[in-house]
Design a protein around this ligand. Structure first.
Ligand code: RUQ
Ligand code: CUA
Length: 620
């Protein structure tokens, strides 16, 4: 949200002069920058300096929002190390240009990569996969952390509309949670007037089943929900492990200017779904088919879903490391509400309900509430450390509040620059957070970097959370736009450097230049090609205009960092093949003439010599 939109937003809800003054200060630019004092600079420098040849302690994975990418940096240096394309073609790695990745991207050339989530075993990061949601085209992707490549783009998920409240994994990655930010008439394709929004539109939450061996995703269950907006979520752990949680705003079921119409009620909700009960409902056939998917209607399957009243317009809901506390932040109030899972269970067992929404029981707020923590203005999202502290981002105040679980006292507040959305603590959403570092993902960065014109980067600030007081260490900047991040101990990952030849199961892979071939079948030409320092074999491919050309390109190197590219002039093709990999290049030779192809990835002193020709004979 940019500053004038924010002003409008706040103006609309009239939060009063106090907030406005905080806001004006917070967004005002470099004058109020909270610049580190000289005396602290040296210490911060030493804490973040990773000397040449030394390695960072943590990996930071941030979502790249509408860039469709995931960005990887090291902590504490905050140096950008890699870009992992997920929903968007990326010529730097050839993603979206070869047949395999093109098929994964399907009909879309972009996605809105929102919330990354590392797979867990026993509530701790296991370093196997990183899931990330696509808010735009209702998909979920899986990156393999063995090679930092996107291996699966699942969806569009049937019945899900705006997959924002996603991705969050359950304790043993049984499920990755998904759902609808935008309620629509279901099934998709049905038309209903917006005037009938409250009665004929529906939201939906879903559990995507993850295969424990391969990581492959499949639809597990979907629950039909009232037409609220489902925003963010978290999966329980320990005593709450069977539950998935989602915040919902717009319990007013309003349309139009939501900044006004959806902020009338004092409270909205956190929806909680018991995924074990949901599984049972599906197994027992207590479902209604919708777009070919068995969907649970809560009216017909009691016990699957409940609503917790929450401070209005909540954004984040976060489960404490011990799984006992559910922390919900209503962004239009200055408090964060903490619920106790035992109180919630007791209220469910006693049918201690305050009412219902379309047959879904609403739990009694006073019965389930454990505490209201006075965190500050505009709380969005909470993370945890290893010492029992919680950290909540304050969008309006541009600060991070540190508070104590159990005593609920606010300990410390550090200003950030500016307007923080999410924050990510080291392993901060697992059962055993690592503590030490927290990254503030800020929306505005004006004046904190050299001016690059109207489109400014987002800022990510590294904060030391090892002491009593939080200490700002470093400003880093990213492409638009991180919506959340994951920080994992580097020692938990050991990515491969080459694909072992024995693992290459592509039937068209070849490993010896004598096997290189060009075969014609009618107007189809199939080429088996090798790339190795510093040539292509064959280096000459002759075809007829209109032929369908398929090139199976194998990089037979088994040496780290020896990538080869295949760029074909004036054909919009650039495929990159890692050592030991085979990729498929497909195109129709539409244009007559002679077209050079060349290696796009620097590979040796004779990289520039690594080239060949596609010769296309004109139709007579
Ligand atoms: S969201 S900050 Cu997906 Cu919170 Cu954007
Ligand atoms: Cu191969 Cu450059």
């Amino acid at each position: 949200m940019k500053s004038n939109a924010l002003l409008k937003w706040l103006g609309g809800i009239a939060l009063g002069a106090l907030i406005t003054s905080v806001l004006m200060g917070g967004c005002g630019g470099p004058k109020q920058s909270g610049r580190t004092a000289r005396s602290d600079v040296q210490e911060a420098a030493i804490k973040t300096y990773v000397a040449p040849g030394d390695l960072d302690e943590f990996y930071l994975f941030y979502s790249g929002g509408h860039s469709g990418n995931v960005y990887v940096a090291g902590i504490p240096s905050m140096r950008h190390i890699a870009t992992v394309p997920v929903f968007t073609p990326y010529p730097a790695t050839g993603y979206g240009f070869d047949k395999e990745s093109k098929e994964m991207l399907g009909e879309f050339t972009w996605g809105d990569a929102h919330h990354p989530s590392i797979s867990e075993t026993g509530g701790n990061y296991d370093g196997r996969w990183l899931f990330i949601s696509d808010n735009a085209n209702n998909r979920m992707a899986r990156i393999d952390l063995r090679d930092f490549k996107t291996k699966e783009v699942f969806g569009p998920i049937p019945n899900v509309s705006g997959n924002h409240c996603s991705s969050f994994v359950t304790e043993n990655t049984e499920y990755v949670l998904a759902g609808s930010r935008f309620s629509i008439p279901l099934p998709k394709g049905r038309f209903e007037s917006l005037d009938d929004y409250a009665t004929k539109y529906n939201g939906l939450v879903a559990g995507i089943k993850v295969d424990p061996q391969s990581g492959k995703m499949n639809l597990g269950w979907e629950v039909l929900m009232p037409p609220f907006n489902y925003d963010l979520g978290d999966a329980g752990k320990g005593p709450s492990a069977e539950w998935g949680f989602w915040t919902c705003y717009n319990s007013e079921r309003a349309t139009g200017k939501l900044e006004v119409t959806s902020t009338q009620n004092d409270r909205d909700y956190i929806a909680m779904v018991n995924w074990k009960t949901a599984e049972k409902a599906v197994a027992e056939g207590k479902t209604t088919p919708l777009s070919g998917v068995p969907v649970i209607d809560p009216k017909k399957a009691p016990g699957v879903v409940y609503l917790l009243p929450c401070a209005k317009s909540p954004h984040g809901v976060d489960i404490s490391p011990d799984g006992k506390y559910i922390v919900g932040s209503g962004k239009l109030q200055s408090i964060t509400t903490v619920y106790h899972i035992e109180k919630v269970m007791t209220a469910i067992n006693n049918k201690d309900f305050a009412g219902d929404e379309d047959g879904i029981p609403v739990l009694n707020y006073d019965s389930v509430k454990e505490a209201e923590v006075n965190v500050g203005l505009g709380p969005l999202h909470t993370q945890f450390d290893d010492k029992g502290f919680a950290y909540t981002s304050l969008f309006v105040e541009s600060a991070v509040t540190k508070w104590k679980l159990g005593t609920w006292e606010v300990i410390d507040k550090v200003p950030v620059s500016y307007n923080i959305g999410h924050l990510s603590a080291a392993e901060g959403d697992t059962k055993t957070p690592a503590g030490k570092y927290l990254v503030a993902l800020n929306k505005l960065s004006h004046g904190r970097h050299l001016n690059v014109g109207p489109s400014q980067p987002e800022s990510s600030q590294l904060i030391d959370i090892s002491g009593e007081k939080q200490v700002l260490l470093y400003d880093a900047f990213t492409e638009p736009e991180p919506h959340y991040a994951q920080i994992i101990l580097a020692s938990k990952l050991s990515p491969i450097e080459v694909y072992p030849q024995a693992e290459n199961k592509d039937p068209n892979a070849i490993w010896d230049v004598k096997d290189a071939s060009i075969k014609r079948d009618g107007n189809k030409v199939v080429v088996k090609m090798i790339a190795v320092r510093s040539s292509f074999e064959p280096y000459k491919v002759e075809v007829n205009q209109g032929d369908k050309v398929t090139i199976h390109l194998t990089n037979i190197e088994q040496t780290t960092d020896e990538l080869h590219g295949f760029g074909l002039n004036e054909h919009n093709i650039n495929v990159v093949v890692d050592p030991g990999e085979t990729k498929t290049i497909e195109f129709i030779a539409k244009k007559p003439g002679v077209f050079p192809f060349y290696c796009t990835n620097f590979c040796s002193a004779l990289h520039q010599e690594m080239q060949g020709y596609l010769l296309v004979k004109p139709r007579s």
